[in-house]
Design a binder for this molecule. Sequence first.
Ligand code: HEM
Length: 220
Amino acid sequence: MMCYPEVQLKAQVELDSVVGTERLPQMDDIGDLPYIQSIIKEVHRFYPTVPLAIPHATTANESIEGYFIPEGSTIFMNIYGIYHDEEMYDKPNVFRPERFLESEYGTKPGADNTGLRPDFHFGSGRRICPGIHLANNTIIMNVMNVLWAFNLSKSNSDSRNPSMPITLDDFVQGISLVPKPFKCDIQPRSDKHAALIHSAFSEARSNFFMYEQELAEEDK
Ligand code: HEM
């Protein structure tokens, strides 16, 4: 199993200096959190959610850079391949958010990154993901909140449950990269963090009340 406690620690040092412990993170904070931004970019690069995008088909014969592509061909965009190209990225199979602090696209010195964009993982062209802004904003809020609030670690119960190892190379089969179920420990970082989470939850309750009419017993 691979684990990145040093990434979590660095993220929490940054969050503590910008957000502190008197309030939860807010959307505006992200501009002051370059390491959190680089974690999000590195997660997208390391394991893009939809690694071959959604297949498309050509509606006419095409010629691109000497390649003839007949009408009706199925086209995959190899996002995973682009993000793991050794000519572009130093040690592409290593999870290292710092690469995005060292260069805009995380590419290695001397790499020709003229064709790169920061958001290849949302696809390309006219059918690019329309959920891009909702996804980006949701991910930013969740990554900031989770790392600010909790310590995450490998579950101690692993040895009692060997059928649930944490692995980074075994996924549910499908078009998107969905990890298989795994166990981990998630603990509030302090009583103060826990109290703030409880009070934010209480404040948000009235907004969510209308959606909570048929909650399962365990969620009440
Ligand atoms: C991490 C979050 C997400 C990622 C990485 C992602 C990625 C992608 C990719 C790669 C495609 C294929 C684009 C192409 O063929 O060029 C796609 C299509 C699509 N995505 Fe997302 N997506 C995300 C979240 C969302 C959300 C939150 C929504 C809706 C609220 C959404 C709705 C769609 C739809 C409707 C399409 C099909 C677009 C079309 O074919 O016209 N996605 N997404």
